[in-house]
Design a protein around this ligand. Structure first.
Ligand code: ZN
Length: 464
């Protein structure tokens, strides 16, 4: 809650690509070749292809002049992480980690119009699984390291590429590296290619907003169980597992967790307020100016797209109960999924659910949620992103944001490394097909990413 007034949006430069670095045709061709190669590895869970992609990238780094001792593959089950250290001279401080993931969500060839594991370019668009989530960033970071190395660039601090191997599923490869191989990736902060990113205008295709993501909500799932001795349905009794569960779920339905803020959500709502028609837009602007404005919070909370930016939310998602149509139920189970605001513990949420449901309902959680605090907003990162956008996607306005889901950024934050989602990629909202069919990215957005990362890394780790 520190930066109320300030963040009205740093501007990403003028309409000229001032200070754009020289990215040559050769660099673009190399990036495209690495992209095609990376897409061809079917790195969804269970195929054992992530270590093969990691090895193929590792080979490129070694050939590009990175000592073998600075290129490390850390196996984890059927998957793996790849870590590449680009040594700096140390004058600029502690290292910066650069994150993306090599795995993708599964894609069934028969469901796709084009082969999901072949990079296909058509009418200014790259198609393929991983084009936007997030092999594009794996490739942009890889090509940028190779190019900077070939140019004999010496950063002022170590730059560390960290590509994880199961971000879309268990997120255990990053957890393993941070818990057991911390020195490989330890950094002052991390820039995450798998978070944030830009929005293009639906009409003109021009850059509009660029989201810098500094916080992620955690997801926790609870089972609410009512039990009962049951019996014959011809002899109903006052206590009944289904009715008791229904009462408990109704209490959850009518409860709202307290309103919370951080500098990411306030900045996001302030920016959205300027673009959203009233009354919602007015409520956003009022709330961003004064988060104690309960009427504004109530107005925003009525909108499903924004309620999660104000508070922890819990909602019923599944239901099971009873065993025969002529028997009293012996049990009834409701599933409740919660999206927990940074700073709140899952235990506190479970306690609140228990208080709502009453002591007769048993509440359990079947996995340990990935919980992380919001990262402090860093002016040096925002300023560097502004420069990078001016050189690559001029006209984009920087907007801070919190994600409603957790990436590997949450794993880094959980282990004390502040992390900023600053994906170089821009797309139209109508063309967002991450995790879906016919995933795609505009060709220009991909190539603009080369200039983006070049300027961003020079701004944070170059001589000035
Ligand atoms: Zn991703």
């Amino acid at each position: 809650m520190k930066f109320y007034g300030f963040l009205l949006i740093a501007l990403a430069g003028s309409a000229t690509a001032a200070g754009a670095p020289a990215v040559s045709d050769h660099d673009r061709a190399e990036a495209r070749e690495i992209f095609a190669s990376a897409i061809a590895f079917e790195t969804s869970i269970g195929n054992g292809q992530v270590p093969k992609l990691a090895e193929s990238l590792a080979e490129r780094f070694r050939k590009g002049g990175f000592p073998a001792s600075d290129v490390t593959i850390v196996p984890y089950g059927e998957t793996a992480s790849l870590i590449v250290r680009y040594h700096g001279d140390g004058t600029g401080g502690r290292p910066i980690a650069l994150l993306a993931h090599m795995d993708v969500v599964a894609a069934k060839r028969s469901d796709w119009k084009r082969d999901p594991f072949t990079l296909i370019e058509e009418n200014g668009v790259f198609y393929g699984r991983g084009t936007i989530d997030i092999k594009s960033e794996v490739v942009l970071l890889t090509e940028t390291f190779l190019r900077l190395k070939a140019q004999h660039f010496v950063p002022t601090r170590d730059l560390i590429i960290y590509f994880s191997g199961d971000e879309e599923t268990a997120q255990k490869s990053s957890e393993d590296v941070l818990a057991n191989h911390r020195t490989l990736v330890d950094a002052e902060f991390a820039l995450n290619g798998d978070g944030g990113g830009g929005v293009l205008s639906e009409d003109t295709g021009k850059p509009l907003q660029f989201y810098v993501q500094g916080a992620e909500k955690s997801s926790a799932t609870f089972s609410l169980t009512a039990r009962n001795p049951g019996g014959h349905s011809s002899m109903p009794r006052a206590d009944n597992a289904i009715y008791e569960l229904a009462t408990a779920l109704t209490a959850v339905q009518h409860y709202q967790f307290p309103v919370m803020t951080n500098e990411w959500t306030l900045g996001d709502l302030r920016a959205a307020g300027a673009l959203t028609p009233d009354p919602l837009g007015a409520a956003m602007r009022r709330f961003a100016a004064d988060p104690t404005d309960a009427a504004a919070a109530a107005e925003i909370s009525r909108n499903p797209a924004f309620v999660g930016k104000l508070r922890t939310t819990c909602v019923a998602t599944m239901l099971a109960g009873g065993h025969a149509d002529n028997a009293l139920p012996q049990s009834a189970v409701g599933t409740v999924n919660c999206r927990i605001f940074p700073g709140v513990t899952p235990a506190a949420v479970q306690q609140q659910l228990q208080a709502l449901a009453g002591p007769a309902i048993e509440i359990t959680s079947n996995y340990e949620p990935l919980v992380s605090d919001a990262s402090p907003l860093r002016q040096d990162v925002i300023a560097a992103v502004g420069k990078a956008l001016a050189a690559s996607n001029p006209g984009a306005t920087i907007v801070p944001t919190m994600a409603a889901y957790a990436t590997d950024g949450a794993v880094f934050r959980k282990h004390g490394i502040p992390t900023y989602g600053v994906s170089a990629l821009f797309s139209k909202p109508s063309e967002e097909f991450a995790h879906g069919l016919n995933e795609r990215i505009p060709v220009a957005s991909f190539y603009n990413g080369l200039a983006y990362w070049d300027v961003l890394l020079h701004a944070l780790a170059g001589r000035h």
